[in-house]
Design a protein around this ligand. Structure first.
Ligand code: BLA
Length: 507
């Protein structure tokens, strides 16, 4: 058949990504009880801080850090114990030796996780000052696509990543790159589709809670946390940790691309993942916690602007849907009916719902305009629809699957929206959408998962290939479905009136 067979990705979904027990090399992690005793540490505290990991376990933090740093940390921990989930400190001289660190703190049950990263680079640029003008550029855009392009450019400026993409999720959790900003060295991913399984469900859940993750170097060593259990005997929960080492499966995916560093930031809409800003670099690439915090702010503001824009577009659409009622009523009052005014009616509906043709039986006469089946096929569709629940709009973006054999594939009709206009007998106004020669460009074969010794690996080949899904149209949008509900009521009313007018005339 034309349906893609997606592989069983349950193994990916079972990977416990927040409990893998390692950190990346750019930072170290300490778990501390609420009476300041160190419970667990990552083994790279020696590299990052110059403090031996084994001797830290069981010690107290104040025995190792400078009094000034302890003062700052205490202040932050206070805000955590009074309700904040996390806190940040930038440019702290932890050991009183002039070296500067960024610090991330968050609560994990009754303990605290504290992470340290060395400040990198010399002269510090003011990233926060950049966010404002970048958002101003986003705000000047009129469409979602323009906004995403401006945001991708802004993100490239803020972070220096060589390829920045806005990756948008579809209804089936597959995704497509809708905007991109990249250096000439990088290959374009614009327009590429990726299957849902590339980002398994537990990763999506995590990315709703924690907005940003950076993988500074896919080939860098990772460091275990010792001991590997918390005092209750559970693996340490790294869900909100900023230094968390990521799944080895995903590292392999990035190496296959090939990409050496990756960062992604969640774009949320009403608490749900709308998409991701995905960033790649061909060499190791790290940006410090302070810059990453500016990035998070930028994306939060961008998400807000995006939502405003989408809301406005929806309101415009709803306004046009409302006008449609008035305009159709006026049209019919001027004496037009379905047979004589089909083109006008099609034009009015077309202002609100996108379609390529429409058809209906009016007075038992078949009226069709644009892309439409023949009368016999239409009759088959009506018989099919008569079995669907009454009084509702029916729509599909895969007609052959919804009504097998009803319409010849040669018509190239992919989508159907059917609005009930009469109950006895059941009659429908049908809108048709053409089959998109869906040249979906998948990045790599979505059906191919390389397995080796029972382990699933992400695809090895990333050369884009074309998969032709026959018989599909573009999906009917939620706004179009809502407009169709309003239109359904209008049409019922008009048909009822036409019938009673005729009955009166006949008396
Ligand atoms: C995580 N997969 C991710 C992440 C992205 C993608 C963005 C978040 C981590 C990051 O920022 O790198 C996928 N990256 C993409 C996509 C694009 C991109 C689609 O740039 C497109 C432009 N992945 C697979 C398969 C499995 C898998 C088959 O392809 C499982 C077998 C797993 N992906 C996987 C896992 C994670 C992940 C487990 C979580 C990594 C983690 O956070 O620990």
């Amino acid at each position: 058949g034309s349906e893609r067979q997606l592989p069983d990705l349950s193994e990916c979904a079972r990977e416990p990504i927040q409990f893998l027990g390692h950190v990346q090399s750019f930072g170290c992690l300490l778990m501390m009880s609420n009476d300041w005793v160190i419970q667990n540490v990552s083994t790279n505290t020696g590299v990052i801080l110059g403090l031996d990991a084994h001797s830290l376990v069981g010690a107290r933090l104040m025995d190792h850090l400078s009094p000034d740093a302890m003062h700052d940390l205490r202040g932050k921990l206070q805000t955590l114990s009074s309700g904040d989930e996390s806190g940040r400190l930038f440019g702290v001289d932890l050991l009183g030796d002039g070296r500067s660190f960024d610090v991330a703190l968050h609560r994990v049950g009754s303990s605290y996780a504290i992470e340290f990263e060395s400040k990198t680079g010399g002269r510090k640029r003011d990233d926060l000052a950049l966010v404002q003008p970048l958002i101003a550029r986003v705000r000047r855009c009129r469409t979602v696509e323009e906004m995403c392009r401006a945001a991708a450019r802004g993100m490239a400026l803020l972070t220096g990543f060589a390829r920045v993409m806005v990756y948008r999720f579809g209804p089936d959790q597959n995704g497509v790159v809708i905007a991109e900003s990249r250096s000439d060295k990088m290959e374009s991913y614009l327009g590429l589709h990726f299957p849902a399984g590339d980002i398994p469900p537990q990763a999506r859940d995590l990315y709703r809670r924690s907005l940003l993750r950076i993988i500074a170097d896919v080939d860098a060593p990772v460091f275990p946390i010792i001991p590997d259990r918390d005092p209750e005997g559970h693996p340490v929960d790294l869900s909100l940790s900023v230094t968390r080492a990521v799944s080895p499966i995903h590292l392999e995916y990035l190496r296959n691309m090939p990409v050496r560093a990756s960062m992604s930031v969640s774009i949320l809409r009403m608490g749900e993942l709308w998409g991701l800003m995905a960033c790649h670099h061909p060499e190791p690439h790290h940006i410090d916690y302070e810059t990453r915090s500016a990035v998070e702010l930028f994306i939060q503001l961008f998400s807000y602007e995006l939502a405003l824009c989408e809301d406005q577009l929806e309101r415009d659409q709803a306004g046009r849907a409302h006008d449609l009622h008035e305009r159709l009523v006026m049209l019919f009052e001027s004496g037009v009916d379905f047979a004589s005014g089909l083109d006008r009616i099609a034009e009015e509906i077309g202002a609100v719902i996108d379609f390529d043709g429409l058809a209906l039986l009016s007075e038992e006469r078949y009226c069709a305009q644009g892309l439409a089946p023949d009368e016999a096929e239409f009759a088959r569709l009506e018989r099919h629809l008569a079995r669907a629940p009454a009084g509702r709009v029916f729509c599909t973006d895969h007609l052959e699957q919804a009504c097998p054999g009803a319409v010849s594939p040669e018509r190239c009709i992919g989508g159907l929206m059917a609005l009930p206009i009469k109950r006895h007998p059941r009659r429908f106004l049908m809108l048709f959408r053409s089959e998109v020669a869906q040249n979906v460009v998948w990045a790599g074969d979505p059906t191919k998962v390389v397995t080796d010794k029972g382990r699933i690996h992400p695809r090895r080949s990333f050369s884009a290939w074309r998969e032709i899904i026959r018989g599909h149209s573009t999906p009917w949008s939620p706004a179009e479905r809502r407009a169709a509900e309003v239109l359904r009521v209008t049409l019922l009313e008009l048909v009822l009136k036409l019938t009673s007018d005729q009955n009166l005339a006949g008396q």
